[in-house]
Design a protein. Structure first.
Length: 207
């Protein structure tokens, strides 16, 4: 398990400090978040990764048992889709010259882009509970706005994913196969894309 410094408290002031000179803990961190958290993915996350890497969904997604409130109804129960893990850490975590780094950083899931913040009333950034960053963040005005944009984009994609899951569950009361859901999900994402950005080719299939 990674070592996490505990020489600061986010409970005293959870609002992110704003200053022209930024302090971003990721620079010296060994990707604690990638080792501690399972990362749920949305339909858009899956499509971006599958399109960019030209890999089937089954190669990077795994199922986690869930309840009926937010899970995809498959033959064996209700499941949440998440990035596949390897040795209890994200499967996309790579060792780069002794430093752990995300190998899909440019197109990583929306939840990862938004981490470790949420937007609270007053349009302020606040730390999520239980974050594992090794030190506090200091962000410029532009840096804070970038995170707000990422959070709102992630929330919109999550809401869209939840609509897909709800539609699937309503039309498949007995559940279905993962490959069927993958096709259903891909079709929904493609229909929502502007025509100019649609990519021909294979959907993120699953066996």
């Amino acid at each position: 398990m990674p070592k996490i410094r505990a020489d600061y408290s986010l409970e005293e002031d959870k609002v992110v400090v704003q200053a022209p000179a930024e302090a971003v803990p990721c620079t010296g961190c060994h990707a604690n978040c990638c080792e501690y958290h399972v990362v749920p993915v949305t339909a858009h996350d899956i499509q971006r990764i599958a399109d960019t890497l030209d890999r089937p969904m089954e190669s990077f997604v795994q199922l986690h048992l869930s309840d009926e409130a937010d899970g995809v109804h498959l033959r064996d129960g209700f499941f949440v889709l998440a990035l596949r893990q390897r040795e209890d850490r994200c499967g996309f975590l790579a060792d780069v010259e002794g430093q752990k780094r995300c190998s899909i950083h440019a197109f990583k899931p929306g939840l990862c882009n938004a981490y470790p913040f949420k937007v609270v009333p007053g349009d302020q950034l606040e730390y999520l509970d239980g974050i594992v960053c090794p030190s506090p963040w200091t962000l410029s005005r532009r840096g804070q706005q970038s995170f707000r944009d990422d959070i709102r984009r992630s929330q919109a994609e999550l809401a869209f994913h939840q609509e897909i899951v709800a539609d699937w569950n309503a039309t498949h009361p007995a559940g279905g196969e993962l490959a069927e859901f993958a096709a259903f999900m891909t079709s929904a994402v493609e229909r929502a894309r502007p025509a100019a950005s649609r990519r021909p080719g294979k959907p993120p299939t699953a066996t």
